[in-house]
Design a protein around this ligand. Sequence first.
Ligand SMILES: C[S@@+](CC[C@H](N)C(=O)[O-])C[C@H]1O[C@@H](n2cnc3c(N)ncnc32)[C@H](O)[C@@H]1O
Length: 285
Amino acid sequence: MNKDTKKLPIYKFFNSSKKYSIKWSSYFQVYEKIFSSYRNKKIKFVEIGVANGGSLFMWKNYFGKKAKIIGVDLNPKAKNLEKYGFKIYTGSQSDKNFWKKFYKKEGKIDLILDDGGHKNLQQISTVHFSLAHVNDGGKIVIEDTSTSYLKKEFNNPSKYSFINFAKNIVDIIHYRSPLLGKNLNLYAKKIHLVEFFESITVFSIDSKKCWMNQEISNKAKNEWAADFRYNEYFGQIKNKLNKKYGRLNKRSFLRRLIRKLFYRNFLFNIFDNIKIRKIFKKIQN
Ligand SMILES: C[S@@+](CC[C@H](N)C(=O)[O-])C[C@H]1O[C@@H](n2cnc3c(N)ncnc32)[C@H](O)[C@@H]1O
């Protein structure tokens, strides 16, 4: 384990928790990054997956007295932990009706962390049934997302893996661009940011930051800037042809043909894609 991790407050609370808990060593640095600003604030924190309760004690000590710590587990034995001051709900994270009742009772929450069953439907249901109930400024955090790549027990990789679902949300966030002409659904209207860590995905919720984008400019004049986006290949070829044939007449057939072929999309996409394929191949295992 990285030696700096041992110095993190969250790790210290994990280590000193009075009940058993297992976490992956990289998670503590992620927790500090995404949760430290919520410490000692009046928040509602929900953890799906209680097991022995070890992490509930860690969260209680980390977030402080003002935070309400709520646990959700399918195992009814988790209810025993209510004697320590936690609120525990028994039910399945993939059950729509469970969440209906849960949010009817609890109202809006600030943070929800999924350390439950880690199956695709379970992780996706957490996001889908909780999204409408997370306050602006809050987060939905899904742990153990490496299960999206595991065959054994999880039947992945699959088109319907959690990570593929999350990649869809990356697409949906881009629909806030007016260039795409899309209607905005709840996901586009509420999820401001998606962060991918190894085995943890974080959705930051903030409807106030999710407006349909607009292009704006300042008051200065555009003096000489032109978009050279299409000049890469055309520029080189043009120079070569210029060398060979001298400067081309503006209206010459050759010049018009070159513009058609190189300046717009066709060949240019082919050239680009050859280069892109090479990069893709290099980064994929
Ligand atoms: C990895 S353990 C949780 C560990 C705990 N967070 C900790 O760090 O100490 C996973 C828990 O998720 C619960 N679980 C599994 N499937 C579930 C489901 N569909 N709904 C709610 N809880 C579930 C299991 O009963 C188990 O207690």
